[in-house]
Design a protein around this ligand. Structure first.
Ligand SMILES: [Zn+2]
Length: 499
């Protein structure tokens, strides 16, 4: 079915979007949520399993304290109230990658409730309400093989890997977010970005969207101004920050087309497609009663000691937003300059380069200039470019000491990125150091003068501008390693002309 989509500007002029985000974060604990199996990514299928996470009869779960602590810290960082008493619940449904046929989750008694996260969008602060933060266990993974797309359609068989089953998973649910109008897609992206940074600063998860340790479901609805909120759809497992933004936008356009044609929105889950940027229907959305939740009888209730919670709160690190503000001040950057640092993903890199001894201006110059350009060209994240903050600081140290000029420094950096060693090693091995020895330079100057007698005569007769050609000749014989200004002064000196 092909429908012509309306223009985005028209959609936001006619409709008001309401968005909401559900984010799942795999915790980086050493062991699973209810058993002692290891959690690290990438093991051979079904090698990190035991009777508990395989749901074998008679096995009993025991809650992982480190996971509870991590969830409370996330809740505190998101300004939530922490329950003094709550329970796990069974969420019943059948799926091959869930061996017990129920998931241990939390239902009406989540561990953390009613918080908020402030995010910046176009220089404005938007406060996103947090409905709840709860703890549950992850499912296994189903792999459909034999088909072209990796989806079940067209597959000849399906394989199940239970290594992921039982890994602690934190679900963070926002309150509905109305009033964002045309900015809805950007607000959604800014929220997930900020949430990722907050969780990373807590050190409780590696929050890698591409490895699935942070997964996002995006709820979107449209309503006419002044009317009740519309029926929402839930776009599942959106796997990058850019996709979060695209998924909201594409759902807004699709729903507007349906509503414009007099249709109704079906409450359903939808799949986002990276390649086309649009969504297709999944299953019609279950309601809570479909899951027949009831309190988990095999686990005792959870009653975190308020004194422990207060201790965790006092020990929270500086959160990213405040940290960024402090850095911006220390580095003396305008809002726009700070924004380009953020967009380049260079905050931590610059911070570490400054810590290694470079000035903020020099650190920013390398990371946002030469290194960003190389990262873009080779399509990698700046942090994965192959140069470390310590190496960048060392390179700048060589420039400051007069051993490298800007052009040579860029050549050295090329070697660093190629893995040839430290800047000093590359400078030495490739003999890139600036020639500052006047004796060697004078010899090169005399050679250039002798090789270009006509030009030398011109300069002697007062045409000082002609000296440029001689400077060029010397730079060539010294392979760009001389200081051009020094060369020029020497040439004029040797030809008896005052500068
Ligand atoms: Zn296990």
């Amino acid at each position: 079915m092909t429908t012509t989509l309306p223009a985005y500007d028209e959609v936001v002029a006619r409709y008001e979007p309401v968005i909401g985000l559900e984010t799942h974060v795999e915790l980086g604990t050493n062991t699973k949520m209810f058993c002692g199996c290891p959690t690290d990514f990438g093991g051979e299928p079904n090698t990190r399993v035991c009777p508990v996470c395989l749901g074998l009869p008679g096995s009993l779960p025991v809650a992982n304290k480190a996971a509870i602590e991590a969830t409370i810290r996330i809740g505190l960082a998101l300004n939530c109230s922490i329950a003094t008493w709550c329970r796990f619940a069974r969420k019943n449904y059948f799926y091959p990658d869930m061996p017990k046929n129920f998931q241990i989750s939390q239902y009406d008694e989540p561990l953390c409730v009613d918080g908020y996260l402030d995010v910046e969008v176009n220089g404005e602060t938007v406060r996103i309400g947090i409905e709840r933060v709860h703890l549950e266990e992850d499912t296994g993974k189903t792999l459909h093989v034999g088909g072209a797309t990796g989806r079940i359609h067209g597959a000849t068989e399906s394989l199940v890997d239970y290594n992921r089953a039982g890994i602690p998973l934190v679900e963070i649910v926002t309150k509905p977010i109305p009033g964002t109008a045309a900015l809805a897609p950007e607000v959604a992206r800014a929220y997930v970005t900020e949430l990722r940074d907050v969780i990373r600063s807590l050190g409780v998860s590696d929050v890698r969207m591409e490895e699935g340790s942070l997964r996002c479901d995006v709820n979107t609805s449209l309503n006419l101004p002044g009317q009740e909120w519309g029926t929402r759809t839930e776009t599942k497992n959106v796997n990058s920050l850019r996709s979060v933004e695209r998924a909201v936008r594409s759902e807004m356009l699709r729903q507007a087309a349906v509503l414009d044609a007099g249709g109704r929105i079906t409450q359903e889950t939808r799949h986002f497609h990276e390649d086309t940027g649009d969504t297709t229907p999944g299953r019609s959305k279950e309601t809570a009663t479909d899951y027949r939740y009831f309190p988990e009888p095999d686990l005792v209730p959870l009653a975190p000691d308020p004194a422990w919670v207060a201790e965790l709160k006092a020990a929270l690190p500086e959160l990213p937003r405040l940290h960024r503000r402090r850095l911006q001040q220390a580095w003396g950057l305008s809002d726009a300059d700070m924004q380009s640092v953020l967009n380049a993903g260079a905050v931590e890199l610059i911070e570490a380069t400054v810590a290694a001894g470079a000035t903020p201006a020099a650190a920013r110059k390398w990371w946002l200039g030469e290194l960003s350009r190389r990262a873009n060209e080779s399509g990698v994240e700046l942090a994965d470019i192959g140069a470390t903050p310590a190496q960048v600081a060392e390179l700048q140290g060589l420039v400051d000491a007069g051993k490298l000029n800007d052009k040579l420094a860029r050549t050295v950096l090329e070697g660093v990125v190629a893995g040839e060693g430290s800047p000093t090693e590359i400078m030495t091995n490739r003999r890139l150091e600036v020639v500052s020895d006047t004796g060697a330079l004078t010899a090169a100057v005399d050679e250039a003068i002798a090789a270009n007698p006509a030009i030398a005569d011109k300069v002697r007769s007062g045409k000082v501008a002609a000296a440029g050609a001689l400077v060029g000749a010397v730079m060539k014989t010294t392979r760009g390693q001389a200081d051009a200004q020094t060369v020029r002064t020497l040439i004029l000196e040797r030809l008896g002309v005052s500068a």
